[in-house]
Design a protein around this ligand. Sequence first.
Ligand code: 5GP
Length: 201
Amino acid sequence: MNSYTNTGKGYLFIVSGPSGVGKTVLCNAIVNRFAPAVVYSISTTSRAPRGGETDGQEYNFCSAETFEGAIKRNEFAEWAFVHGNYYGTPRQFLTDNLEAGRHVILNIDVQGAMKIRDEYPEAVMIFILPPTFEELESRIRKRNMDSEHSLQHRLENARKELGYQSQYHHAIVNDNLEMAKSELIKIFAGYISCEGSTSQA
Ligand code: 5GP
């Protein structure tokens, strides 16, 4: 566990890892377990919604032009260009919740994580790993929502992302989903209970 200065504000948790590793389902498990003490930061993106995604739920979807306007107005705590699309963390949501003493999870890529760490050096950084690279490739292919070109791009990016693992405080291998969920819950419970929050862990 890293030394987090207790300022009375919420903890900021960053969850990163290559595409297809299961970050979103793991983050959802945390929210289900610890809400309302823990809230999930819904990112804004210029990528098109995938089947089953709803605006305001998985992401706030917008055009690249709208996103660029928001960058100019400094509305993102961090933003990055990932797989050919913009992704960003809305600043207001983050600061409002931390100030209110709620803990916030960011599910963001490694570039965004490094930027957030500069601004919030006390952030708790958690990296999710696939059991093997071959397994990751097979999971990404099974998702079957990307073109071959986009898939190759994601795989290349995944290789680069894996090189950032040492920058994180915790690493979890998502081999068995239920085990990975309970490991992540344990990590969150360790930090949140230090603060005497309302967590049920
Ligand atoms: P996907 O398109 O598969 O939903 O997400 C692609 C990647 O973008 C994932 O690694 C995800 O963690 C990352 N991502 C999602 N939201 C943000 C964000 O607000 N900022 C940054 N830097 N990355 C993000």
